[in-house]
Write a protein that binds this ligand. Structure first.
Ligand SMILES: C[S@@+](CC[C@H](N)C(=O)[O-])C[C@H]1O[C@@H](n2cnc3c(N)ncnc32)[C@H](O)[C@@H]1O
Length: 342
């Protein structure tokens, strides 16, 4: 989807311009990062019109992901009514992981937000607040209970699979759902797939469920996450998926020359594991490599790094695809490179 990225200071003027020219998509939710606001654009827009919009608003038209209003729209309305202030002044949106809603409560009216969420989302039984950023080698974060049943076990459905896990003990992001589906659709029958950094199993199980004839191995360092991956394999009856507990660098020895495809969803440090990729990969292998980077220069930087690494090892590299997976922070996006290593 196309969005107008505009500096916060100019956002109101830009919004008025879009409304006046019938270009603002009211069915989608405006979102913001530290310094920028992203306004959803309605329909297709010609290159000439694009130039006009950018000139008039001082913004930039970029491809963006917007959430649909609907339930979230009602939540905003309810909050606005209760708090009597502008939604953007006091609150932020929320994420839903099955029966649990996650909010960022710092400096915000947490209980009011939680009440509004539970009133507008009948499936949400618990609201918890994120306590800081994802951190550490297990990529987990702390959570505090705000409202509803005191429960941290999420029961979540995505792309035809069900996942149960303790949200405090394993990484999870529902914002990667589209990417997981994209990868699962690429897998062909009888492929051997290694999902490094598998967490509690979303990539591995989705692939195993969609492609019953594939053999999938999920490798995970965090004991709790790996235990949940095993339970989720059983829950989804994906007998073609194996969960391996351990460090990718060590488990790689067990799967030398095994993989037609390797998924590397550890954007922070995936580069450090390219040695393990070389061990696990067949002579020809597709690698889905994730990284954080600048929206403008991230692809170029990572492609250079990865190409250098493989070529130094005498391997050929072809970039099959590249895409932005999600906005990660004000400055960074998560990107993925689909690489054919030959
Ligand atoms: C960003 S999470 C991704 C989890 C999962 N693939 C998902 O999409 O929900 C990265 C995972 O890699 C695991 N991890 C980190 N270093 C590892 C290593 N050296 N070997 C195996 N797993 C590792 C972490 O424990 C964490 O669960």
């Amino acid at each position: 989807m196309l969005g107008l990225k505009v500096h916060k200071k100019g956002a109101e003027t830009a919004k008025r311009y879009l409304v006046k020219n019938a270009l603002l998509d009211n069915q989608l939710i405006v979102f913001g990062s530290n310094s920028f606001i992203y306004l959803p654009i309605k329909g297709e827009i010609s290159p000439k019109k694009k130039q006009g919009v950018e000139k008039a608003t001082g913004g930039k038209l970029v491809s963006s992901k917007f959430e649909k209003s609907g339930v979230k729209g009602k939540y905003r309305e309810l909050l606005q009514k209760r708090l009597g202030k502008s939604y953007d002044d006091v609150t932020k949106s929320y994420d839903i992981v099955g029966n649990i809603a996650l909010i960022d409560a710092k400096g915000r009216p947490a209980t009011q937000m939680a009440k509004a969420i539970m009133q507008t989302n009948k499936n949400v039984l618990t609201v918890i607040s994120k306590g800081g950023a994802v951190s550490g080698k297990y990529r987990v974060r702390k959570y505090a209970h705000i409202l509803g049943k005191k429960n941290f076990i999420a029961d979540y459905r995505e792309n035809g699979i069900e996942l149960k896990f303790d949200i405090r003990k394993t990484f999870f992001s529902s914002r990667l759902a589209f990417e997981r589906l994209r990868i699962a659709k690429l897998v062909r029958p009888k492929e051997n797939v290694v999902v490094m950094f598998a967490g509690m199993g979303p990539f591995a199980i989705e692939i195993g469920k969609m492609q019953r004839q594939a053999n999938v191995v999920g490798i995970e360092l965090n004991k709790d996450a790996c235990r949940y991956m095993k339970q989720n394999i059983a829950l989804n009856k994906t007998g073609n998926v194996v969960a391996e507990l351990g460090n990718v660098k060590r488990v790689a020895d067990k799967y030398k020359g095994f993989a037609d495809r390797i998924v590397m969803p550890l954007p922070k440090t995936a580069f450090e594991f390219l040695g393990a990729v070389l061990k696990v990969a067949k002579r020809k292998c597709i690698v889905h490599y994730y990284a954080f980077g600048d929206r403008e220069t991230g692809f170029e930087d990572e492609i250079k790094k990865v190409r250098n690494f493989f070529e130094k090892k005498g391997r050929k590299v072809k970039i099959l695809d590249k895409r932005v997976v999600r906005q990660y922070s004000a400055k960074e996006v998560e990107i993925v490179l689909d690489i054919l290593v030959g």
